[in-house]
Design a protein around this ligand. Structure first.
Ligand code: F6R
Length: 362
């Protein structure tokens, strides 16, 4: 049931503050300010982690890599599922494999799970469908409580995957002695704030809809980010291409000058994801390289970032947030921009051409 919404995707975008809140209350002990440790996982005993998934779920894994490395000092090997098992990485019979999947039925992800199992790894999965094959075949199934996701383009499942992985990272950081009690309380506090900040961010929708009028007329778009904003740039590009059929690429901001800057002219909008964090200055200097070539910049930042930014086609000002949670927050304007662009273009938003909700062939 779409309720008062025109598309399932619109409804699922709007539901995110609520379902992310549910997901967090499952994985966090909010009153104690602590992350719950999933039964059966011993992070102190682990020396490595392998993460694998497809599409949007893979981008959630890429964000989680930054988090596991920074907050749990844990080496992470990550690859898309259709490559991981053919790479023949030396897994040495140990470690934990984490598979991420909304449907829990994606063929390549399931095959990777079985491959990791054969190599003697313990298996955890982050899944939205608790009865799915991937959930059933895992030693530990970590649920995302997004509720049924009908729109083919993944939205609320993605932010719930990130919320689940963020909670897991905190548990891992504590178990490994990297996060002290104060650090843990700070990160848990940032997650507890998140649903409110997401609701605040969704209020940018009228501005994003206006911007989408411009996007509906372009042929290509670039998305740039650094650190945890880099996977969100790729997610923004994937969302735009899959429902509006506009060609879009997400790049690490620092890679721009190694090739993609050749594409920049006044016809190609460049979406720059830059919360005002320790990487802001660097990203803004990449942004200026784009501006100098006539590129039209859409800057997605917060109030402090907007103050330091200079001229853009459009600056979207998000609430300021702890750097730990910005990737979750910055996913929302990416979804809304893709959605409204597709609506202006008149495409079938919930059932884009050539795509299936669950990819059960390899
Ligand atoms: C993009 C999208 C796909 C899926 C991918 C994995 O919006 O929905 O890229 O994320 O097919 O699907 P699951 O998560 O079901 O394994």
């Amino acid at each position: 049931d779409k309720g008062n919404y025109r598309h399932f995707m619109a409804k699922e975008i709007a539901e995110q503050p609520e379902v992310v809140g549910h997901t967090l209350s499952h994985h966090l002990d909010m009153s104690a300010g602590r992350a719950r440790v999933p039964e059966g996982l011993d992070f102190a005993a682990l020396d490595r982690l392998a993460i694998s998934a497809c599409g949007t779920a893979f981008y959630a894994g890429l964000v989680a890599r930054y988090w596991f490395e920074k907050y749990a000092r844990m080496p992470v090997d990550i690859d898309i599922a259709s490559e991981f098992r053919y790479r023949e990485p030396p897994l040495n019979g140990g470690g934990l494999g984490i598979l991420i999947s909304q449907s829990g039925e994606t063929a390549d992800t399931l095959a990777t799970l079985r491959h990791c199992r054969q190599q003697g790894m313990q298996i955890a999965s982050v899944v939205n469908v608790p009865t799915s094959t991937i959930a059933r075949e895992s030693d530990v199934a970590l649920p995302t409580l997004a509720g049924p996701e009908i729109g083919v383009a993944s939205t609320k499942a993605f932010t719930c995957q990130l919320a689940t992985l963020a909670s897991l990272v905190i548990a891992a950081g504590r178990a490994r002695g990297v996060l002290g009690a104060d650090d843990e309380a700070e990160l848990v506090g940032a997650l507890i704030e998140l649903p409110r900040l997401m609701a605040e961010t969704l209020k940018l929708e009228p501005q994003i809809e206006e911007l989408a009028r411009t996007f509906a007329k372009v042929q290509d778009a670039l998305y740039l980010g650094r650190g945890t904003s880099y996977p969100i740039a790729m997610e923004g590009a994937l969302k735009l291409k899959e429902i509006s059929y506009i060609h879009a690429e997400g790049y690490a901001a620092g890679e721009l000058k190694h090739g993609p800057i050749a594409l920049v002219d006044e016809k190609v909008p460049v979406v720059v994801l830059a919360p005002f964090d320790n990487l802001f200055e660097k990203t803004v200097s990449n942004m200026q390289e784009v501006a100098a070539r006539g590129g039209k910049i859409v800057l997605v930042t917060d109030a402090a970032g907007a103050e330091h930014a200079g001229e853009t086609l459009k600056t979207l000002v998000l609430p300021s947030a702890h750097p730990f949670v910005t990737p979750i927050l910055y996913a929302l304007p990416m979804q809304l921009l893709a959605y409204h662009t597709a609506v202006f273009m008149g495409t079938d938003v919930d059932q884009p051409r050539n795509l299936a909700k669950s990819v059960t062939v390899e």
